[in-house]
Design a binder for this molecule. Structure first.
Ligand SMILES: Cc1cc2nc3c(=O)[nH]c(=O)nc-3n(C[C@H](O)[C@H](O)[C@H](O)COP(=O)(O)OP(=O)(O)OC[C@H]3O[C@@H](n4cnc5c(N)ncnc54)[C@H](O)[C@@H]3O)c2cc1C
Length: 471
């Protein structure tokens, strides 16, 4: 597209949302063009901020007519380049942030109907006000938006007990690529009337439609919550602790996070107020959370730790004694995403393997990465209970950051090779976006790739929704 073609088009889009919500000045648009890791610096002719579903439809209709690529965006906390425009300067950003109404809360039916732009924290608070729980829990929950959570099928720290976002959605409202509206806002727990289409849009990363609203599942609020840090000698010991915790707590086990010692060292070194969780350093740490609707969570957690002490799997443990300490324990875990940037370059992996193979994965990957890049510092942490490890690799101390990051592809190849051999996934949580698009065909069954392409062609025949992402 040339500048003389783009300018009249921008005017037509501006007419849909009004001048105040069609942003073109760099001072206004920059925050929509770059995501947290700064891997991509996009360009756009205009950022549109529709204020109603009808406006989203009008945008899609115009884009369909003119073949204009659209990039839906929620809170822009995605980490794979899916929600920011590419460098062409042709992709129009559609920010859903003004669609931020909670349309309905139904405590008796345990549902909440929200628009796509509602921030996850706001969903939590609205559920709490109705004495209910919406359990999706992410480090980014102060800024990510529910439409983005659904489009990435976000995971987080409570998947163990409550499932991924996919398990927490009952219905969707979606603007299709041609501007038609699919009203699938059903509040039903049972509905076997053909294909369950909402699942196509959940985790589609904005490539199949623009989600404008959703019906979310609510749950009872736990009566008591207890959190502890346990020091363990190895990921194998952590896995045995997981079995003990599951036996005692069953579905009340709501968090089980593994952190390597190096992650705690980074946090204590760089984050103001971050403190060692245990009296003595431990090679590995497990953050355990028990949330109970019946018996006392603290008693359950004590029983878990007592058995693990007895068997020798836990060397040391501290149970949070108040809400402030509970928050500090979780903050330390959530700091893991942040702290690596203070140690220079970090090459990221967001992988999953069968839960029982996590120790083998960590051992093999660490040996292979250090053999490839002597001095490189693996910083594995994450959701052991889900088999999902953020296997990040920090640069050797004193190395040149840019030179280290140039090895990104090689390190990925080594780590993903091990993941594939162990029957795992190269993207457990964050999605494919642009970052892993070219890796996908190599790890997916060709028949699966064909089915995905057929679905894309059926729902977005002109390829205007998030082109170049996922497929
Ligand atoms: C500190 C930090 C911690 C994180 N922790 C986790 C974690 O524990 N687990 C996890 O899964 N992720 C995590 N993430 C990643 C990120 O927060 C999630 O992927 C989140 O769900 C993205 O939501 P968002 O609103 O920011 O989406 P965006 O970044 O705006 O968009 C993400 C993708 O969804 C598409 N999209 C957004 N809104 C819509 C819509 N309404 N309709 C159609 N497509 C849309 C975009 O085009 C893009 O492809 C973390 C990120 C950060 C920065």
């Amino acid at each position: 597209m040339t500048a003389s073609e783009i300018l009249p088009l921008v005017d037509r889009f501006r007419a849909v949302v009004g001048a105040a919500n069609a942003l073109t000045e760099p001072a206004d648009t920059t925050r929509y063009l770059v995501e947290e890791r700064g891997l991509y610096f996009g360009r756009t002719p205009v950022v549109l901020r529709p204020g109603s579903v009808a406006e989203v439809q009008a945008i899609a209709r115009l884009a369909h007519e003119t073949g204009t690529p659209l990039v839906p965006q929620g809170g822009n906390t995605g980490l794979v380049g899916g929600g920011v425009p590419d460098e062409s300067g042709h992709e129009v950003v559609v920010s859903l942030e003004r669609l931020d109404r909670i349309r309905d809360v139904d405590p008796a039916g345990n549902t909440m109907t929200v628009e796509a732009g509602v921030v996850l924290d706001t969903v939590h608070r609205a559920a709490e006000e109705a004495d209910r729980l919406f359990p999706l829990t992410l480090g980014s929950q102060g800024s990510c938006r529910i439409g983005g959570n659904i489009s990435t099928n976000a995971g987080g720290t409570a998947v163990l007990a409550y499932g991924n976002t996919r398990d927490l959605v009952l219905g969707l409202e979606v603007v299709l690529a041609d501007g038609r509206l699919w009203n699938g806002l059903r509040r039903l727990r049972k509905d076997n009337t053909g294909y369950d289409l909402k699942h196509l849009f959940i985790g589609a990363e904005g490539t199949l439609g623009i989600i404008t609203a959703a019906v979310l599942k609510l749950l009872p609020r736990p009566k008591s919550v207890a959190v502890a840090y346990a020091g363990v000698a190895s990921p194998e010991a952590a896995l045995r602790l997981l079995a003990v915790a599951r036996n005692h707590a069953g579905p009340a086990l709501t968090g089980f996070e593994l952190i390597a010692r190096i992650g705690i060292e980074f946090a204590v070194r760089h984050i103001a107020g971050a403190r060692e969780p245990l009296g003595q350093p431990s090679p590995w740490y497990v953050l355990i959370e028990v949330s109970s609707g019946g018996g006392d969570a603290g008693t359950m957690l004590e029983a878990i730790l007592a058995e693990a002490f007895e068997s020798g799997d836990v060397d040391d443990a501290v149970i949070a004694s108040n809400l402030e300490q509970t928050a500090a324990f979780w903050r330390l875990r959530h700091d893991m995403s942040e702290v690596q940037k203070f140690e220079g370059g970090s090459i990221k992996h967001d992988i999953s393997v069968p839960v029982s193979l996590v120790p083998a994965f960590i051992e093999e990957a660490s040996a292979a990465v250090v053999a490839l890049l002597p001095g490189a510092r693996p910083v594995p942490f994450g959701h052991l209970g889900d088999g999902n490890i953020h296997y990040n690799v920090s640069q050797p101390v004193g190395a040149d950051k840019a030179a280290f990051l140039r090895r990104w592809g090689e390190v990925n190849a080594v780590v993903h090779g091990i993941v594939t051999r162990l029957g795992g996934s190269i993207s457990a949580e964050h999605g494919i976006g642009r970052l892993k698009r070219d890796l996908l065909a190599a790890v997916k069954d060709p028949v699966e790739m064909d089915m995905m392409r057929a679905i894309k062609a059926a729902l977005d025949p002109k390829g205007i929704l998030n082109p170049g992402r996922v497929l």
